[in-house]
Ligand binder design. Sequence first.
Ligand SMILES: Nc1ncnc2c1ncn2[C@@H]1O[C@H](COP(=O)(O)OP(=O)(O)OP(=O)(O)O)[C@@H](O)[C@H]1O
Ligand SMILES: [Mg+2]
Length: 285
Amino acid sequence: MAQWCTVEEKMSNVIAVMTRKGGQGKTTIATHLAVRLAQWVAAEGKRVLLVDTDPQGHAAAALGVDAGGRCVGDLLLGKRTFKETVLSANRPDVPRPNLYVVPADSRLSQSRSRLERDIVLDMMQEGRRYKGPQMDEVLERALGPYLSLFEYVILDCPPSMANLEAATFKITRWAVVPARMAYLDSHGARLNLDDVTAAQDSGYGVRIAAVVPTFYRERELVARGQLGRFREVYGERLVAEPIPQSAAVEQAQASGQRTLFELDMDLRLPVTQAMDSLARRVRAL
Ligand SMILES: Nc1ncnc2c1ncn2[C@@H]1O[C@H](COP(=O)(O)OP(=O)(O)OP(=O)(O)O)[C@@H](O)[C@H]1O
Ligand SMILES: [Mg+2]
């Protein structure tokens, strides 16, 4: 049975990997954080949960976990229980005994619209007396009772959070914001920080853990200049160690849906070291 705890305590372990722009490395960071943190807390008998809130449904696939038709949308709609939706990410060839995943698929888009419609219909029927869940409460209602079972809960967010944006901010304590090191993409990260600031202004307790430069090519002058600008704009403290662009990320995927931590176990590659450094930063929050 889930333990009771306050909203503050519930939220304290929820980390969302988010940015409005597509293809910035969100899913890659979310899965690597989940795997690394799970490795670290295993000895303490603690668990980590990765929740996919993206209808593209890449998170479970990236870990080589067969979702078997399970989708977080059914959980949000109350059609399935948490227990019926969560899966172990453990594999005989890639041991992850304490890592769990709530997968998503394209049905999540329909679930989001359906939720909104149901809530509006209820409100129209009940008029001003409506006391049911609001759209920003749907993730908290679905996951809240279970958050305390996990040392960390990592949310892999979609590029467009649509009507789940407020719900995500409501349960998130820390935002990790990846930003691809290409000149035109820095604007997207800025927008995302604006979103977080707006959420804070609306009373949500979300804080920015790090802006993470991704796809970094140190040899390129343009990329180094871009990183310098990032540090000026966001402040040295907020900018994490850049994650290099590396073919090893996709090689790890190609060799049986592994993360770098499960292929390059001795952390020989700079890209693995950078992911490890990000996970250490999150561990120290
Ligand atoms: N550091 C890296 N070096 C090389 N390739 C990478 C790196 N990080 C991610 N990739 C690859 O780039 C692609 C996009 O990354 P990813 O799926 O993590 O981005 P995303 O932000 O989650 O995308 P979306 O917005 O579509 O959800 C993937 O094929 C991934 O394997
Ligand atoms: Mg993704």
